[in-house]
Design a protein around this ligand. Structure first.
Ligand code: SF4
Length: 236
């Protein structure tokens, strides 16, 4: 089974634990307003790989992974190519490489369950804490992410919840407290990360001729999100 890859980041330190090789899969069914990878949206583009040919690239970086690092498959939405990612992760597991899936959790079916069997850590991008905003912001229902999280809990997977904090949209303390409470509700969640919204992606939108829906919204800073996190923790 072949897969379509948008790009490969040889060594990254922000998508899961340790130093990781990050594979951005091509194709996504969502349209999140804050998406910083619009070049990954369209299906049928990207570079075609067999799992083995992609592994050949990954093997070049194994010596940098250390005890915590490994491979992260992101996107786009990796669940849209779950069969391919499963084959890739099976090889990783045979070679002792840690596997991490960065996903919106928009799909659950037998193929996704098979993928979870060979996934060590899930970075679940939780878009919003209320249903209406979730759908209008991403095109996906919050209930799908909840179902995904329930499945992860059932399997006692390691999970990091991540939410992009967008000023004036979801930068309110009650909403963040609601997100942090998920860690109690789902003990599989070992960490919650707030990611500051930024607009470095705007040139990609310009090149694609797509209007960036949040172009007039100010960026958030690391300090903004750290302060928000601290205030929300006090409400728990
Ligand atoms: S799921 Fe990810 S790749 Fe897809 S639109 Fe949302 S942020 Fe972009």
């Amino acid at each position: 089974m072949n897969g379509y890859v948008s790009s490969i980041q040889s060594l990254g330190a922000v998508d899961g634990p340790g130093v990781r090789c990050v594979i951005f899969m091509q194709g996504c069914v969502l349209r999140c307003k804050c998406c910083h990878n619009p070049e990954t949206w369209e299906f049928g583009k990207g570079e075609e790989y067999t799992p083995e040919r992609l592994m050949e690239k990954i093997r070049r970086y194994v010596s940098y992974f250390g005890s915590e690092g490994g491979v992260t498959v992101s996107g786009g939405e990796p669940l849209c190519q779950s069969g391919f990612v499963t084959e890739l992760f099976k090889i990783c597991k045979q070679e002792g490489i840690n596997t991490c899936l960065d996903t919106s959790g928009c799909l659950m079916n037998d193929s996704v369950r098979e993928l979870l069997d060979v996934t060590d850590i899930v970075l679940l991008d939780y878009k919003m804490t209320n249903e209406q905003d979730y759908y209008s912001f991403s095109g996906m229902h919050k209930s799908a992410a909840e179902e995904f999280l329930k499945e992860l809990q059932k399997r006692s997977k390691r999970v990091w919840l991540r939410e992009v904090i967008v000023p004036s949209i979801n930068d309110n303390v009650e909403s963040v407290a609601k997100l942090l409470r998920k860690q109690k509700e789902y003990p599989c969640v070992e960490k919650t990360e707030l990611l500051p919204f930024h607009k470095a992606c705007i040139t990609k939108y310009d090149e694609l001729g797509i209007e960036f829906p949040l172009k007039d919204v100010p960026e958030a800073t690391k300090e903004n999100v750290a302060e928000l996190f601290a205030r929300a923790e006090k409400l728990l």
